[in-house]
Design a protein around this ligand. Structure first.
Ligand code: ADP
Ligand code: ADP
Length: 234
């Protein structure tokens, strides 16, 4: 069994103006340790798919299995436990502006009740890992975009997740900073073996770090495979 398996997944939203089909007949398998990219235009269903993977939303039909757990049936405490095992990285970083970098990175550990000394030590290690040693007491507003995303990455790793989900992680960054951020993610994947699933509307991101890719259009996966094969077709 693959690390992540989606079988016949559909998601519809009921709105005032009618029913919106965001995902339809999704079949997806992702192996542990892979960097898997999901690419498509705005409205293709990428964010919805990501929210099914992190358990923030439930599929309308089909099954979502991650690490042998049927995510689509988890509730309450089990769902909260499952979500702790996932690191999230966001386009706009989602840092707390009134807290230092050290406190930002330690936050996920604080939320699960890890003691102060232990969580600050771990946060210090992670800031060093992402190249921000010496900036522990700085505030997010003092950083460049690329540095902010490094803090976002450090924070995502605090609970030692096996899975990192990246939501347009480089879309707010310039090309140079984008390359640096992607290189850092690739390095983390290699060193720690963490599986990375990223969604993006930028082909270049897929070409730079992904091993595998799924191309989405109108709620469906229209192509999938090794990045080299999918993008070298005429
Ligand atoms: P993408 O991330 O590729 O831009 P989304 O998953 O955000 O795609 O959206 C897929 C489709 O589902 C779009 O038509 C969008 O308008 C719709 N959609 C997404 N989230 C919601 C929601 N919470 N309620 C209603 N419709 C939604
Ligand atoms: P993204 O580019 O990440 O898809 P959007 O601006 O499309 O971001 O959506 C932002 C938020 O609004 C998301 O949480 C999405 O689920 C929600 N959303 C998107 N489309 C709709 C919709 N038609 N009705 C209600 N909520 C929506």
């Amino acid at each position: 069994m693959s690390y992540i398996e989606l079988h016949q997944v559909a998601k519809t939203y009921v709105t005032k103006s009618g029913t919106v089909t965001a995902l339809n007949s999704i079949e997806l398998a992702i192996e542990s340790g892979t960097i898997f990219g999901i690419v498509g235009y705005s409205g293709a269903g990428k964010s919805t798919l990501l929210r099914l993977l992190n358990g923030l939303e439930q599929a309308t039909e089909g099954s979502v299995v991650i690490d042998k757990q049927l995510v689509s049936s988890l509730k309450g405490k089990d769902l909260r436990e499952f979500r702790k095992g996932i690191g999230m990285i966001f386009q706009h970083f989602n840092l707390l502006w009134s807290r230092t970098l050290l406190e930002n990175v330690a936050l996920p550990l604080e939320l699960i009740g890890v003691g102060k000394a232990e969580r600050l030590e771990k946060a210090r290690e992670l800031l060093a890992l992402v190249g921000l040693e010496g900036r522990e007491e700085a505030y997010p507003s003092q950083l460049s975009g690329g540095q902010k995303q490094r803090v976002g990455i450090a924070r995502a790793l605090a609970t030692e997740p096996k899975l990192l989900l990246c939501d347009e992680a480089t879309s707010a960054l310039d090309p140079q900073t984008t390359s640096e951020t992607l290189a850092l993610l690739a390095d983390i994947n290699k060193k720690m073996g963490v599986t990375i699933v990223l969604i993006t509307h930028e082909m270049e991101v897929i070409r730079t770090i992904c091993h595998k890719v799924a191309v989405m259009e109108q709620g469906k996966i229209v192509e999938m495979g090794d990045v080299i094969n999918v993008f070298s077709r005429p």
